[in-house]
Design a protein around this ligand. Structure first.
Ligand SMILES: [Zn+2]
Length: 101
């Protein structure tokens, strides 16, 4: 629990983690394929990034089990953590596996 809270204190931290999983070398627009720093919406819980040049949105959860979920990322991450890694006492590879990345 303490490590989980340190690593994922809020939805923004979960979103940043998903972004890193999806694009380890940096954001790539799902629509035009350009790789560039995206626009980030002000809402800290937003999972949508926008590539400024084509003005289209790319969702961090696109193609994952979270795509159509309205559950906050932090809640979902916590559930995945409890289901898989609670005994190990650390944040392991369960979350990417659980979300399908
Ligand atoms: Zn684009």
């Amino acid at each position: 629990m303490p490590e989980f809270q340190r690593v994922f204190p809020d939805d923004a931290a979960c979103a940043a983690y998903l972004e890193h999983l999806r694009w380890p070398a940096g954001f790539v627009c799902a629509h035009c394929g350009h790789q560039e720093e995206p626009y980030r919406f002000p809402s800290r819980s937003s999972v949508v990034l926008r590539y400024p040049a084509c003005k289209k949105n790319t969702s961090l959860t696109m193609g994952t089990v979270l795509q159509s979920s309205h559950t906050p990322l932090s809640t979902w991450f916590w559930a995945a953590y409890l289901l898989t890694d609670a005994d190990a006492g650390h944040v392991g590879p369960a979350i990417p596996a659980a979300v399908g990345l």
